[in-house]
Design a protein around this ligand. Structure first.
Ligand SMILES: [Zn+2]
Ligand SMILES: [Zn+2]
Length: 231
C-alpha cells in the first residue's frame, strides 16, 4: 500500500486517506492534505467566510434550485427513504406552511386520480395495522359527531323510505342492498332524522363521500305518513 505525508498534520497515511483532485485536463491526483485535515480546513473556511458564502448562495439561488431539482430527480429512487424523512421533518418543523402543503397534495390527487388511488392502496397494504386504527378512529369520530348533530331514525322509517322509492338506489337505480345516506353529511352538521336520509347503494354512497347531494325528487316529504316523519 502506498503512503503519503500530509502537508498539514505531517502524518504519514495510506493514499486512501487523501481525496482525489481533478486537473483541468481531466487527469487526477491525490490532494496534499489528508481527508481529516481537508474537512477541518473546509469547516474553518466556511466559518471564516460565512457572509461571502451566504451572499454567493443568495445570488445563485435560482441556479442552485435548478441543480438541486435535477439532483433530486436523478437520485429519487436511491434516496427515497432519506428524502421522505427530510420532508417529514420539514413538515413537522414548519407548521406555518402546512396549509400550502395540504393544498398542493389535494391538487396532485385531483390531477392524478388513478396513481393516487394505487398509492393509497399500496400504503394501506404496507401499514395494515395503522390503517385499521385510523379507520376505527374515524368511525368513532363519526359516531360522536352523529350524536352531537342529534336525531335518529328507526328501521321502520328506513324501510318505508326504501319502499317508497321502489327499493332502488336513488343514483344508479339498481335494486340492490341499500344503505342510509345522510343528505347533509354528518361531517357538515347533518342530523340523523329520517328527513335527512336517502337510500343509496354502497358504491354510490361511497363515491358521494362528504358532498351535500340531495337525490330525492322534489316533494318527497308529502308521501311520508306524519307518524313516520319525525323531523
Ligand atoms: Zn493531515
Ligand atoms: Zn347506486
Amino acid at each position: 500500500m502506498r503512503e503519503k505525508k500530509c502537508t498539514m498534520c505531517g502524518e504519514v497515511k495510506p493514499e486512501g486517506c487523501f481525496y482525489w483532485q481533478k486537473r483541468k485536463n481531466g487527469s487526477k491526483y491525490r490532494r496534499a492534505i489528508c481527508k481529516s485535515c481537508y474537512s477541518l480546513k473546509s469547516k474553518k473556511y466556511r466559518v471564516d467566510n460565512l457572509d461571502k458564502i451566504n451572499e454567493y448562495n443568495l445570488k445563485n439561488r435560482d441556479n442552485r434550485l435548478v441543480e438541486s431539482r435535477k439532483y433530486y430527480q436523478a437520485h429519487k429512487v436511491e434516496n427515497a427513504e432519506s428524502n421522505r424523512q427530510r420532508a417529514n421533518d420539514w413538515y413537522r418543523n414548519n407548521p406555518e406552511n402546512r396549509e400550502i402543503v395540504k393544498q398542493r397534495s389535494r391538487d396532485w390527487q385531483k390531477n392524478n386520480r388513478e396513481r393516487s388511488r394505487l398509492q393509497h392502496l399500496d400504503w394501506q397494504n404496507r401499514n395494515r395495522e395503522r390503517y385499521r386504527k385510523t379507520q376505527v378512529a374515524a368511525e368513532a369520530r363519526r359516531r360522536a359527531k352523529k350524536r352531537g348533530n342529534g336525531g335518529e331514525y328507526t328501521a321502520e322509517q328506513f324501510d318505508h323510505v326504501c319502499e317508497y322509492y321502489g327499493g332502488m338506489c336513488l343514483v344508479c337505480g339498481r335494486k340492490i342492498k341499500l344503505a342510509a345516506d345522510h343528505v347533509v353529511p354528518i361531517a357538515k352538521g347533518g342530523h340523523s332524522y329520517i328527513s335527512n336520509i336517502q337510500p343509496l347503494c354502497k358504491s354510490c354512497n361511497s363515491s358521494k363521500r362528504d358532498k351535500h347531494q340531495d337525490h330525492r325528487p322534489a316533494g318527497w316529504g308529502n308521501a311520508f305518513p306524519r307518524r313516520l316523519l319525525t323531523a
